[in-house]
Design a protein around this ligand. Structure first.
Ligand code: IPM
Ligand code: MG
Length: 350
């Protein structure tokens, strides 16, 4: 049985997951690893971005670690066969509805952010993004040609009480182990799905989590508050689309998109899906300069949340911090190290 299934995917994905493999082999040699093509790579080989065999192996593994998917090469592929569709299919197929995206400012990187040091120093936010519902999956959707000329495109934002409750619980539980505050973000001023979101989170809080501080914030205001005073946030709870946007924004607070890992979790005991939140970065793919730390930190989250090795996760986290303290920097952090050299720096710190 596979403990950890690696899905390197496209663009810089194979480069950063190669470093995860080296770290995993050093840190826990007893871990069974397997690897499969995914995204555009899988489409090229098998005609589908996510084959049935890959999904079956993902569901049977303890954890899955994905690199990145997509790129200009597949821009004209029909939408249901695109690399991104493979990722959405994997998330839905694994049932990983709660996406944990920590935005943490590493002490040695406080000057790497485009924001002032005093704004981001010590930042520690956990974004909980709903991952298997909302406008990414709602129907109807599609583009139709109008007889009068032009076209009409539809996407549907849709949430049920149960979907909001289960991801809400994850956010409240996490807050209890942190600074005990949840900020729930939606657009209840213009969207019915936002109204329901606010209503369900309010009820859940009253019934089960009254000890946690709950704040509601409109998603546009949250985007502004994130750059104005990001340290006011502890856990941010939000839907699929707003979570996608707010997590990229939060990543930049920490210095680089190349630093942020994520964990997607489903039912207790089910395998988790771990992904760096950065994309496939086609502009730098194949050059060996991508920052592997987001992928390595995704493996750190896998050790903690799916592989039952919090002890090794702590060691790995400390090693990454030490490598940064010692000045290890890829170009996205203003340095000159390549992907493999950054991997070397982490291994040396281990
Ligand atoms: C992310 C990415 C994906 C998303 C894309 C690649 C489908 O942007 O994980 O944040 O939109 O969810
Ligand atoms: Mg995104």
């Amino acid at each position: 049985m596979t403990d950890l299934l690696l899905l390197p995917g496209d663009g810089i994905g194979p480069e950063v997951t190669a470093e995860v493999r080296r770290v995993a082999e050093r840190l826990c040699p007893d871990l069974t690893l397997d690897e499969r093509p995914f995204g555009g790579k899988s489409y090229d080989i098998a005609g589908s971005p996510l084959t049935e065999e890959t999904l079956a192996e993902a569901k049977a593994a303890k954890a899955v670690l994905m690199g990145a998917v997509g790129g200009p090469k597949w821009a004209s592929v029909p939408r249901d066969k695109r690399p991104e569709a493979g990722l959405l299919g994997l998330r839905a197929g694994m049932g990983v509805f709660a996406n944990l995206r920590p935005a943490l400012c590493f002490q040695p990187l406080a000057d790497a952010s485009t924001l002032k040091r005093e704004v981001v120093e010590g930042l520690d936010i956990m974004i909980v993004r709903e991952l298997t519902g909302g406008i990414y999956f709602g129907s109807p959707r599609g583009i139709e040609v109008l007889t009068a000329g032009g076209k009409r495109a539809v996407d549907t934002q849709v949430y049920t009480t149960a979907e909001i409750e289960r991801v809400g619980r994850v956010a409240f539980e996490l807050a209890r182990g942190r600074r005990n505050k949840v900020t729930s973000c939606e657009k209840s001023n213009v969207m019915d799905s936002g109204l329901l979101w606010r209503e369900v989170v309010t009820e859940l809080h009253k019934a089960e989590y009254a000890d946690v501080t709950l704040e509601h914030m409109l998603a546009d205001n949250a985007a502004m508050q994130l750059v104005k005073n990001p340290r006011q946030f502890d856990v941010i709870l939000t839907d699929n689309l707003f979570g996608d946007i707010l997590s990229d924004e939060a990543a930049q607070l920490t210095g680089s998109l190349g630093m942020l890992p994520s964990a997607a979790l489903g039912a207790p005991g089910a395998p988790g899906l771990y992904e760096p939140i950065h994309g496939s970065a086609p502009d730098i793919a194949g050059q060996g300069v991508a920052n592997p730390l987001a992928a390595i930190l995704s493996f750190e989250m896998a050790l903690r949340w799916s592989l039952g090795r919090a002890d090794l996760a702590d060691r790995l986290f400390a090693a990454v911090n030490r490598a940064l303290e010692q000045g290890a920097r890829t170009p996205d952090l203003g340095g000159k190290l390549g992907t493999r050299e950054m991997g070397d720096a982490v291994l040396a710190a281990l």
